[in-house]
Design a protein around this ligand. Structure first.
Ligand SMILES: Nc1nc2c(ncn2[C@@H]2O[C@H](COP(=O)(O)OP(=O)(O)O)[C@@H](O)[C@H]2O)c(=O)[nH]1
Ligand SMILES: [Mg+2]
Length: 574
């Protein structure tokens, strides 16, 4: 079969090497090494050009017929009339196309499997040689793996053929193999032997080397490959004498030495490119490693932030405690003073009593508490942002600003900075403090004092009054008539002691409940702040993760390709 012109094993190696180079090309492009990728593409292209066969000979000697017989298909037109005065490059293409590369060079693409492994150059007759042909031929001859000189039995070794061969041998230092086509025209073996002798000595005398000479019949060989009749094919095969020539071509093209040269070159290129990839990949890996560590540290740092945030409202809470304690003391003083006979008017006037209590005891407790809460919120936010900014600065130092390939923090950093900026601008201490306070007031701990409906600005004072005085006052009011009636002077101190006791109890409970409610609100807010700051890390983590996957994939591919290069080398050498 024509396919076997290239040994199947060699074809397999070629395919694998082609696949290897394609993968390497992709890897280099992914790694951003465009120039190297281009070099690999060139090596791959050279591999496709593997096994360049140049056919020379007089017009009408049967060059096209020999090619067609080798392939077992009509790649080239045959005929007694010169069809072209151009050098024709025949190579693989998905479909049959013809393209004029220059005035004297025609490229023909044919979807023939064998052309995946070899490229043919068909030259016009040697007698039509022009300067341009010579120059073009010069482009191909030195690269040729095989130069086929086709002469014909009926006109063996013409003078123009000798002239052309002298270019090949003399100017370009190439050897060639000689086909004597149309040997079916020989009337006897003796005649044929004579022609063979003529050609062999003619070349030897002129060029100083003894050529391989193959007398054959391309016409019969083609028939022996394509005739539908088994009998015809079996008879014509030996008659065509084509087999030794075909075997020779196969050995020349797929012999171990040539294969080693053909496949070794691109493999060397691949090895070099893989080696060149080590440093940049290691650098990306190191960068990524540093960034990942930094991000993880930042994540830890932020987790710790939540804890740190709790410290920031401890002081305001203690101050609120102190404020309530002061209030309690004022309340005790107020009650001790109020429960006297001289003050009986105040005790009888519930509204006045309340007003006085508000004025002397409660004072601006609401505002005071609100301002402590505000400073707690403020401290917490400031702390969160401070931690965040500090972390961001550290991260900036650790993660490279830009790199043509690899971890790119620029985008995520811009996002982070925007977010931090937004947090700063959004920061409305008073509003947040009020919200926090309202949240605390709505909590079950505090609504027990006044009911949820009474909540509003300054309600804490109301809470306080309700908590400390309602019972005392109510209790007092109820017995006032009795007091007057009995005129009992022992009754007032009793009531006073009772009221003070109640105030103390209530204040103690309120202190505790308010603290619990506020703490809960602060904790919630700290958690929200920590979460918000935490989510700002997400894009950076995503970027690091993306880079991690990219680098890991590239490393794995590099190692796989390296192993494949080694395997291919071993098989080529075998
Ligand atoms: N008798 C005979 N004629 C052949 C043989 N091979 C080719 N020819 C004829 O020789 C002529 C030229 O063949 P072609 O392949 O076109 O020659 P090219 O100009 O060198 O490409 C054609 O008419 C073919 O039919 C052969 O083996 N025996
Ligand atoms: Mg031809």
């Amino acid at each position: 079969m024509a396919q076997d012109l290239i040994d199947p094993q060699v074809r397999d190696l070629l395919e694998r090497e082609r696949a290897l180079l394609a993968r390497l090309h992709k890897l280099l492009e992914t790694a951003g090494r465009t120039d190297d990728a281009r070099r690999v593409a060139e090596a791959a292209a050279a591999l496709s050009e593997a096994f360049l066969v140049v056919i020379v000979g007089e017009f009408n000697a049967g060059k096209s017929s020999v090619v067609n017989a080798l392939f077992g298909e009509k790649l080239m037109e045959e005929g007694p009339i010169p069809t072209t005065a151009k050098i024709t490059l025949v190579r693989y293409g998905e479909e049959r196309t013809e393209r004029l590369i220059s005035q004297y060079l025609l490229e023909r693409r044919i979807p023939s499997d064998l052309l995946r492994y070899l490229t043919l150059v068909d030259t016009p007759g040697t007698n039509s040689i022009v300067a341009e042909h010579q120059r073009l031929t010069e482009d191909f001859i030195p690269r040729a793996d095989l130069v086929l000189f086709v002469t014909s039995y009926d006109r063996p070794l013409t003078e123009s053929e000798m002239t052309f061969l002298s270019y090949i041998r003399g100017d370009w230092g190439k050897t060639f193999v000689c086909v004597i086509n149309k040997s079916d025209l020989a009337r006897s073996d003796d005649d044929l032997r004579q022609v063979i002798g003529h050609v062999t000595t003619g070349i030897e005398d002129r060029f100083g080397f003894r050529p391989e000479v193959f007398p054959l019949s391309a016409a019969l060989a083609y028939e022996s490959k394509t005739n539908p009749s088994d009998v015809v094919r079996a008879t014509l095969g030996p008659q065509s004498r084509f087999e030794p020539f075909e075997r020779y071509v196969r050995e020349r093209l797929s012999g171990p030495e040539r294969v080693a040269i053909k496949l070794g070159g691109p493999l060397d290129a691949a090895s070099a490119q893989l080696a060149a990839l080590d440093a940049p990949l290691a650098e990306r890996e190191a960068k990524l490693q540093a960034a990942t560590e930094k991000i993880a540290a930042l994540r830890d740092h932020l987790t710790a932030t939540e804890g740190a945030l709790h410290d920031s409202y401890e002081r305001p809470l203690a101050e609120i405690d102190a404020l309530l304690e002061d209030t309690r003391l004022r309340g005790v003083r107020f009650l001790e003073d109020a429960f006297r006979v001289s003050n009986i008017g105040l005790l009888r006037d519930k509204d006045r009593f309340k007003d006085e209590f508000q004025r002397q005891v409660v004072r601006d407790l609401d505002r005071e508490i609100e301002s402590r809460v505000a400073s707690g919120v403020d401290a917490m936010q400031a702390r969160a942002l401070g931690l965040w900014q500090q972390a961001l600065t550290g991260l900036k130092d650790a993660v490279p600003a830009t790199s043509d390939a690899g971890f790119d923090r620029t985008r995520s950093f811009a996002e982070l900075e925007r977010e931090a900026d937004r947090q700063l601008r959004l920061h409305d201490v008073r509003g947040e403090a009020r919200a926090l306070l309202e949240g605390a007031q709505q909590s079950a701990d505090l609504t027990q004092y006044v009911g949820a409906g009474a909540i509003g600005l300054g309600v804490l004072g109301g809470v306080l009054i309700a908590a400390t005085t309602a019972d005392a006052l109510g209790g007092f009011g109820l017995v006032t008539a009795g007091v007057m009636a009995l005129g009992s002077l022992t009754f007032l101190p009793m009531q006073r002691a009772k009221a003070v006791g109640q105030l103390n109890d209530r204040m103690e409970a309120l202190k505790k409940d308010l603290r619990v409610a506020l703490e809960q609100q602060f904790r919630q807010q700290a958690q929200a702040v920590a979460e918000r700051v935490g989510t700002m890390l997400a894009p950076l983590e995503a970027e690091a993760n993306r880079e991690k996957q990219a680098v890991e994939a590239m490393l794995a591919e590099r190692d796989a390709l390296r192993a494949e290069v080694t395997a291919l080398r071993a098989e080529i050498a075998a």
